[in-house]
Design a protein around this ligand. Structure first.
Ligand SMILES: C[C@H](C[C@H]1O[C@@H](n2cnc3c(N)ncnc32)[C@H](O)[C@@H]1O)NC(=O)c1cc(-c2ccc(F)cc2)cc(O)c1O
Ligand SMILES: [Mg+2]
Length: 214
């Protein structure tokens, strides 16, 4: 039977990356996506911006919405301090299965909790299920029309504290207009746009970094 693109991406990791070496996993995926098949990872260019924000925040608790194959999960987890936790939500079971193996190949399974399910169902359960009070950093990279409702849900559930950082992928392409309008006009957020390109292309895209002011 035909393999899927995520399965071929995992194959490229297992063939070209060194077990336990997150940077080689990231490099193997970027090479696969540039030379073989495009895939919707945040990619190397926006990935550098992601890395700089993670390093600056130095978060103890991170929530990622939309794991896909685990590329950004590996980038973020490889930069976390020793006892930090990254919870990543993915509702497609096939993608989740691939992501688990990519994260394991990078040797980061102890820092990452991959939850199979939809953000709308799991955000209200974060505290009771994982003992998380608030998130220091949230990386939004799931369905683009879920960024705004899930941000409001996180506010309602008290998961954001003064200084929590939201970093959103794809705010230009495919685009998240309602989310952008909200974080840029709300007095409760201080927003900044990082202009970049859609992964592995010359098309404009960017990341929006928003600080929750409480
Ligand atoms: C949405 C996907 C990423 C993943 O998110 C999971 N997901 C969804 N909704 C939920 C939820 N509510 N809860 C948990 N997981 C959830 C899903 O299953 C995918 O695996 N990302 C994209 O579609 C995406 C698309 C493009 C793109 C850009 C130009 C084009 F011409 C074509 C595609 C670029 C990107 O950078 C993306 O990120
Ligand atoms: Mg994305």
């Amino acid at each position: 039977t035909q393999s899927t693109r995520p399965q071929r991406l995992l194959g490229a990791v297992q063939k070209n990356a060194t077990r336990g070496d997150p940077r080689s996993v990231v490099q193997a995926i970027d090479q696969f996506c540039r030379q073989k098949e495009w895939a919707m990872n945040v990619g190397d260019e926006k990935g550098c911006i992601l890395d700089s924000v993670v390093s600056e925040v130095n978060p103890a608790t991170v929530l990622e919405l939309g794991t896909y194959c685990g590329y950004s999960t590996v980038r973020i987890a490889s930069l976390l301090p020793p006892h930090a936790k990254l919870i990543t939500l993915e509702f497609n079971p096939d993608f989740a299965a691939i992501a688990r193996q990519v994260i394991a190949w990078a040797g980061l399974e102890d820092k990452v909790h991959l939850v199979e399910g939809a953000s709308g169902d799991w955000i209200p359960k974060m505290t009771e299920q994982f003992g998380v009070k608030t998130f220091d950093l949230v990386f939004l990279d799931h369905w683009k029309d879920r960024y705004l409702p899930d941000t409001m849900l996180m506010e309602e559930c008290g998961l954001l504290r003064k200084g929590s950082i939201l970093l959103a992928d794809n705010v230009i392409c495919p685009g998240t207009p309602d989310y952008l309008e909200y974080v840029r006009s709300s007095p409760r957020y201080e927003s900044q746009y990082f202009k970049s390109h859609l992964e592995y292309t010359k098309v404009e895209d960017g990341l929006e970094k928003s600080v929750f002011l409480g």
